[in-house]
Design a protein. Structure first.
Length: 198
């Protein structure tokens, strides 16, 4: 009798559980290093700059609203996780849809925050004020990573609509939640960094 080498669905799931999270953590560590380097460069640039190329500005109030919105999105993402543990399909979808909505609201508040900077005559492409350039670039780079998070949430919503998550298998939802929570924490760090350092 010949033995088949086909991988069972249970084995495939176990392989995914063992490999997906470490790979995601590797990506997260890379992003941490990127933003640590950028914020360190900000501090060094500020310390060596003169008043002609570095001057203070009012920190955008909308960035605080962004912070509240993104923290709330972590709560709704956690609602989806808790619903998956209870096999509550409607709860999973509702939590994810709320997270997506709040993620889009975060993007909007970022835009309004940048408009506050423009109102202070702080521009991304100006020849002076490197402080403003750093703020635009770093917050924009975070937003770019958040777009990846929104894409992941959208895919997770699609999978949830097909009832692919349950208490026995919600690894895709967990990975999305892990990345989303990381983006939330990263933004809070950046917001506090600019508030105290700018």
């Amino acid at each position: 009798m010949m033995r088949t080498n086909a991988i069972t669905p249970e084995e495939r799931l176990e392989i995914r559980r063992k490999t997906a999270k470490p790979l995601l953590w590797l990506g997260i560590v890379s992003i941490i290093m990127l933003f640590a380097g950028l914020t360190s460069a900000y501090v060094v640039s500020k310390g060596t700059a003169n008043d002609a190329i570095w001057f203070n500005f009012n920190f955008p109030n909308f960035f605080w609203i962004s912070s509240a919105v993104i923290l709330l999105s972590s709560v709704t993402m956690n609602m989806a996780i808790q619903a998956a543990k209870k096999d509550d399909q409607k709860g999973i979808r509702n939590g994810l849809l709320l997270t997506l909505f709040l993620g889009l609201a975060f993007c909007l508040t970022q835009w309004f925050g940048w408009k506050e900077l423009v109102a202070q005559k702080i521009f991304l492409v100006e020849q002076i004020n490197n402080a403003g350039k750093y703020l635009y670039f770093i917050s924009g780079l975070h937003l770019l990573h958040l777009f990846g998070g929104l894409l992941s949430v959208s895919v997770t919503i699609k999978n949830a609509s097909k009832l692919r998550y349950s208490s026995a298998n919600y690894i895709g939802l967990q990975l999305t939640a892990l990345y989303w929570h990381f983006l939330d924490i990263l933004w809070i760090y950046l917001c506090l960094f600019f508030w105290f350092i700018h």
